[in-house]
Design a protein around this ligand. Structure first.
Ligand code: NOJ
Ligand code: NOJ
Ligand code: CA
Ligand code: CA
Length: 716
């Protein structure tokens, strides 16, 4: 459908919408529900969704009866370090009064739902409780301050009835604050399995926790195997723990959750996380995104590598921090913003899968007390029209302020549907579903200065052009070239942020126009397109798993899906619609494959990188090598015969291995996700620049367990 808007067309559309509104009885199914490809039924890909992040305790108190008592509770929320009463019943109320639906929100990310410690930690007279949900004690029970299992099921059902997905926060890195030598402090980090004690932090004879003191954040290894602050750090090199976290996430998946936000992924062994993700993707695959915190101007190859290889996406801190610099703090300009956009487009295998944001519970609120709201509105408009899955922190649409934790986690102050920010979201969020250029499109800079950024999103023949002027004076946008078809385009925001209509000539050249100081204009166009893949998920799995492919122009008749050159047809394609295909991963050699589709009319789509076919079910093995002495500049790597060990390709090998915390130099170690029940052949090698020196002798062998974890130790 072309959305070049001429007056008569506007009247026609208006009349059509009006008649639809009049004809649709209240409570009937919405139009979106008839399009399963992008509905709540799509738990694998969130590119067409907008996520709203809720600190459950701080949103809405729907049930005063479950509020904690005594010094664990603050009536009126005057102590932001204890409970304030928010719960799932409160969220259900807001779902039912359409606070989210009217804003265009299609997914809610809520606080970790599991049972947390009940003790109040008092530091110099100040009380602290896990109102935030990050001090778990039993991952198989609910936090009663948020509700019961029945309340949680009600939340899922209420959300799904409004076509809203529920994403839970989940923090398997740690339990709660604990002291190595004072078992009476707080809850001693105790972990329970549905009411049965697994272990406390002191007297931990079964090695459930790490006991390596707190991290100083000096290296990735230090951050993984030492405590994050004083949080009792869980050891994932334990059969008890491995089983526990598979069973506990299964419980929440069975409740019907649609996604998972994984806390502190930088602080857990990557091998364990990969094998845990392969368990989830084999059981009930849901969109999962991890928190790899990055500071301002921090760019991390490990962050990209994790997003591309772990089987989960990431919160896109590089995006969030740059947006804050450009629109909030004025410490970067539009050229820097454009460099971030182009850099991340190539660094992430699937940039459309990373979750974008402008603020969250660990950053200062975007809105600065006393500042104009326009900066926040521009940042929201940018995020909602950029690649990735937009996430909006609760209260941002109400201009909540507050620097630092817990001031950035104040009680929701208003549920007004008339703020400018609410209306910016309301107007732009639906484009994620109505124009695939928003969900899946490439991004191209079309006009730029320090203060002005004009960019084009394009997917097939679908186009959106966005112009933002953060400066204090109006800009004359001349010589703008776009992919828009000839015509006049109304601003999607309807002038809310002072944008006007623009006119494109054939060839896409836009007549010179004036972009007011602080303005944002959004113009868009949709048209039928040839077969094109926008996204697929999960990105990792084994033969027999199902992959959901979303895009456009697939046609109504079943065609072929290719993994590399391997064609999948017939019953191995379990559903085929014009915008979505579900396909079973073929039995091919393990490794990464581009995915492509061929329509029934023999039209080939783009080939999209890359699905990671695993050798099989994964287990986590800790590889340890003793007496591996090295010279400065040299490090130890692990290579082996399966794809998970790089298939003997030294460029895909595991490493550099660690040698500081669990074991010390000249012993090196690394936790690796490898196929279960398999005889591995492997060897270590020393690498110095491009010089590789393998261990002598025959390949080493190790038979991996059928499930759980294992450790294999050899000498160099
Ligand atoms: C990161 C979370 O976002 C933060 O709020 C929390 O305190 C830590 N991880 C520990 O769970
Ligand atoms: C396995 C290799 O590891 C991978 O790189 C390759 O793409 C596939 N085999 C297909 O040949
Ligand atoms: Ca309550
Ligand atoms: Ca850890």
């Amino acid at each position: 459908m072309a959305q070049k808007i001429s007056r008569p067309v506007i009247y026609l559309l208006f009349a059509l919408l009006l008649s639809l509104a009049l004809l649709t009885p209240i409570g009937s199914k919405s139009i979106v529900e008839s399009a399963p490809a992008t509905s709540v039924q799509n738990k694998q890909n969130f590119s067409t969704d907008v996520i709203y992040q809720i600190v459950t305790d701080r949103f809405s108190d729907g049930n005063a009866a479950n509020n904690p008592t005594g010094n664990a509770f603050s009536a009126g929320c005057t102590n932001l370090r204890v409970y304030c009463g928010g719960d799932w019943a409160g969220i259900v109320n807001k779902i039912n009064d359409n606070y989210f639906t009217d804003m265009g929100i299609t997914a809610l990310w809520i606080s970790q739902p599991v049972e947390n410690i009940f003790s109040v930690i008092t530091n110099s007279g100040v009380h602290n409780t896990p109102y935030h949900g990050y001090w778990a004690r039993d991952f198989k029970k609910t936090n009663p301050a948020f509700g019961s299992m029945t309340d949680f099921q009600n939340l899922i059902n209420a959300a799904h009835a409004k076509n809203i997905k529920i994403v839970i926060d989940f923090a398997p890195n740690h339990t709660s604050p604990a002291s190595e030598d004072d078992p009476s402090f707080a809850d001693n980090g105790r972990l329970y399995n549905n009411g049965t004690l697994v272990a406390g932090y002191t007297g931990d004879t079964n090695g459930i926790f790490h006991h390596n003191l707190g991290t100083n954040f000096s290296s990735t290894e230090d951050g993984i195997y030492r405590n994050l602050y004083d949080l009792a750090d869980i050891s994932h090199n334990s059969n008890t723990i491995d089983t526990y976290f598979k069973d506990s996430i299964k419980l929440w998946l069975d409740m019907g959750i649609d996604g998972i936000r994984v806390d502190a992924v930088k602080h857990m062994p990557f091998g364990w996380q990969k094998s845990w993700m392969s368990y989830i993707h084999n059981y009930k695959p849901v969109f999962t995104f991890g928190e790899w915190f990055l500071g301002t101007n921090e760019i991390s190859q490990e962050n990209y590598s994790f997003a591309n290889n772990s089987g989960m996406s990431l919160l896109d801190f590089e995006f969030g921090q740059k947006v804050r610099q450009v629109f909030r703090d004025n410490t970067a300009n539009m050229y820097n913003l454009d460099t971030m956009i182009s850099g991340t487009a190539s660094a992430y295998t699937q940039v459309a899968d990373q979750v974008t944001f402008i603020d969250n519970h660990d950053l200062d609120r975007f809105q600065v007390t006393g500042a104009s709201g326009r900066k926040l509105e521009q940042a929201l408009a940018f995020t909602l029209t950029s690649r990735g899955v937009p996430g909006i922190y609760y209260g941002t649409e109400q201009y909540l302020t507050g620097n630092g934790d817990p001031n950035n986690r104040g009680m929701m102050n208003s549920f007004s549907k008339t703020t400018t920010a609410y209306n910016v979201i309301k107007k732009l969020a639906p484009l994620r579903k109505s124009n695939p250029a928003m969900a899946y499109g490439s991004t191209q800079q079309r006009w730029i200065s320090n203060d002005v950024y004009v960019y084009e999103r394009k997917f097939g023949n679908n186009v959106a052009v966005v112009a933002i002027n953060r400066g204090g004076s109006s800009a004359s946008i001349n010589g703008l070239l776009t992919s828009l078809a000839a015509g006049t385009y109304a601003d999607v925001l309807g002038g809310t942020l002072n944008g006007n209509s623009i006119t494109a000539a054939s060839g896409g050249a836009v007549n010179t126009f004036s972009l007011a100081a602080g303005a944002v204009g959004v113009w868009q166009y949709t048209a039928a397109s040839a077969a094109q893949i926008g996204n697929f998920g999960p990105e990792m799995g084994k033969a027999g798993n199902t992959v959901t492919i979303d895009g456009t122009g697939f046609g109504a008749t079943k065609g072929t899906v290719f993994f590399g050159t391997t064609a999948v047809t017939g019953a191995n394609i379990t559903s085929w619609e014009d915008t979505q295909i579900k396909v079973i991963v073929p039995s091919v050699a393990a490794g990464k494959y581009n995915v492509m589709i061929r329509t029934a009319a023999s039209v080939d789509s783009n080939a999209v990188a890359s699905y990671n076919v695993l050798t099989g079910t994964q287990v986590t093995v800790r590889f340890v090598v003793n007496n591996a002495t090295t010279v400065p500049g040299e490090a130890i790597y692990l290579a082996g015969n399966v794809a998970e060990l790089g298939g003997w390709d030294t460029n895909k090998a595991i490493g550099p291995m660690y040698n500081q915390v669990i074991y010390s130099y000249p012993t090196w170690y690394f936790d690796v996700s490898v196929p279960a029940n398999t005889t591995l052949e492997f060897k270590y090698f020393k690498k110095n620049g491009s010089t590789v020196t393998f261990q002598g002798g025959a390949n080493k062998t190790f038979v991996t367990p059928a499930s759980g974890v294992a450790t294999v130790t050899i000498g160099w």
